[in-house]
Design a protein around this ligand. Structure first.
Ligand code: 9UX
Length: 68
């Protein structure tokens, strides 16, 4: 499964780098790419192991919000 999440609250490359690292550490995430410029996270994941709520949880734990 592949999705693109719109992310609010990222201010610098540290933010996007941290979020990308945390998403990639989440069980079930196959690959995550976060763009500061696009304010978006492109995530490929195994839906048997993690769902959208699980991805949202990672984003919120990093201090950001999923806005779409
Ligand atoms: Mo940049 Mo983000 O200094 O939490 S890392 S603002």
């Amino acid at each position: 499964m592949k999705t693109t999440l719109k992310i609010a609250g990222m201010h610098c490359n540290g933010c996007s780098g941290n979020l990308e690292r945390m998403l990639n550490k989440r069980d079930g995430v196959l690959s995550a790419k976060v763009s500061l410029e696009a304010a978006a996270a492109e995530v490929e994941y195994d839906e048997a192991k993690v769902d959208l709520d699980g991805l949202r949880e990672v984003v919120e734990n990093c201090g950001f919000d999923v806005v779409g």
